[in-house]
Design a protein around this ligand. Structure first.
Ligand code: G3P
Length: 448
């Protein structure tokens, strides 16, 4: 075992270190933890890290480091792989899962758990299913989410709408968005009915709810996917729906960056917003502290058709433990951190601060968390959504090595439709061809 993780020596690949790797370590084992949590959520990450460092004082020290958006972080991670300087622990969003497995940099969580007899059965099954590839849990679920419809309850009441009777379909949402759009005497829009990021994640969710596969080969889970289904179905419907609302002046288009759309909702500029349950903590704070305070209500993510019986795909991110270039002591210490972050106590606190689901069954049953959800029912919506979701190939979500780039290409196509005269059919067909090429190049590189 090495004396310190700052040395990149020791075992550089393979092998699953046991507890002795840590007990034999001399000095403090230093870990780097890269993540993409901002604002309220960054504060909550630091609280977990501080609690861990206090518990392991003199043995392990974790330094958390914000790396920008999920996309920025994965780009930095790729650079770090090339320069052999990956962090000890890496938070990677859901759609980076296939890339991470293919990159062969990390040690599967299932192997570390097996080594010291740690049971993974407390993890929520539909969460651990997402991160299980090749029959093994690859990464530790940490911040798990579902998409929600957010409602400014005061804006709803002012428009004569009932926040406890939220829209359930895209068509209902569009009707309410029109009623919620307010202009001043000069014709300037002072409140948009709807506003959300130009975000491919929503399309993926609508597809799952309608029972459709987003990519072929069982959503990339029976064999490597070769095609993304974006020229019809959810992608076509959502692209046209969003473009109509933007062009009609009922939706504020803030472009691709999710923080910009979040800021608009927090500032009361838009009355309804689609976002992850993981922004709920920040939204509730912003609503309470606003110059015109408002209550944030949550509702299930809308469906294309009221009869759609599928549910959303688990979103958010998980923690990957880097193996290549990291000592046994460091890997073992990283595993201790992953277990700590997923523990019932930490997950209950994390849920209450951020809105992300607790990843374990015991955290969900934690009395403080139960009491918190009772007092703050907005925090229950995503849990109900997740628990009502039947595990199917559609709701498992699409695993695709180039999903981050494919999602960005779809978002660019959606933006072109909403802001120019390009038709959805043409933009999506072009994006589909581009993405098919990306996929085939990736699959050749991985199999070659
Ligand atoms: O905002 P998050 O962390 O819930 O993530 C949402 C999506 O799953 C990202 O791909």
């Amino acid at each position: 075992a090495c004396s310190s993780s700052s040395s990149k020596g020791g075992s550089s690949s393979g092998g699953v270190p046991g507890a002795d790797a840590l007990t034999n370590a001399k000095g403090v084992v230093n870990l780097t933890f890269w993540h993409s949590m901002q604002g309220t959520n960054q504060t909550a990450v630091t609280a977990i890290v501080n609690a861990f460092n206090a518990k392991y004082q003199g043995k392990i020290h974790v330094t958390d480091s914000f790396q920008g958006s999920y996309d920025d972080a994965i780009a930095k991670y790729k650079t770090a792989v090339s320069s052999h300087s990956t962090p000890s622990i890496m938070q990677i969003y859901d759609v980076g899962t296939r890339f991470m497995v293919d990159s062969k940099q990390t040690v599967p969580i299932a192997d570390l758990a097996a080594k010291d007899g740690y049971s993974l059965s407390d993890l929520q099954p539909n969460i651990s299913n997402y991160f299980t590839v090749g029959g093994k849990l690859q990464s530790m679920p940490f911040n798990s989410s579902a998409p929600l419809l957010y409602i400014n309850a005061e804006a709803f009441k002012k428009a004569g709408l009932d926040p406890t009777n939220p829209p359930k379909t895209l068509a209902d949402l569009a009707d309410d968005a029109k009623k919620l759009t307010v202009k001043d005497s000069s014709g300037k829009t002072t409140q948009y009915g709807f506003g959300a990021a130009d975000y491919g994640w929503f399309v993926e969710q609508l597809a799952a709810e309608s029972g459709a596969l987003y990519c072929d080969n069982g959503n990339g889970r029976t064999a490597a996917a070769t095609k993304l289904n974006i020229t019809s179905g959810a992608a076509l419907t959502y692209t046209n729906w969003w473009s109509d609302l933007v062009k009609g002046g009922y939706a504020l288009n803030t472009g691709r960056p999710t923080p910009d759309a979040q800021a608009a909702f927090k500032a009361g500029k838009v009355a309804m917003n689609l976002e992850s349950t993981g922004v709920l903590g920040g939204y509730v704070d912003a609503g309470a502290k606003s110059a015109s305070p408002f209550t944030v209500a949550t509702a299930p993510f809308p469906k294309i058709s009221a009869s759609d019986s599928g549910g959303p795909v688990v979103g958010g991110a998980s923690l990957w433990i880097d193996r290549v270039g990291h000592s046994d002591a460091e890997v073992r210490a990283s595993w201790e951190f992953a277990k700590f972050a997923a523990s019932a106590q930490q997950q209950a606190g994390w849920h209450e601060a951020t809105g992300y689901f607790p990843v374990s069954i015991s955290a969900l049953q934690d009395p403080t968390d139960v009491a918190y959800r009772k007092a703050h029912p907005q925090f229950q919506t995503a849990i109900d959504e997740l628990q009502a979701t039947q595990p199917t190939p559609a709701t498992a979500g699409c695993l695709l090595g180039v999903m981050p780039q494919a999602r960005a290409d779809l978002e660019q196509a959606m933006l072109n439709v909403a802001t120019t005269s390009t038709s959805a059919d043409s933009a999506l067909s072009d994006a589909s061809s581009k993405i098919s090429k990306l996929i085939s190049d990736y699959n050749s590189a991985v199999s070659g």
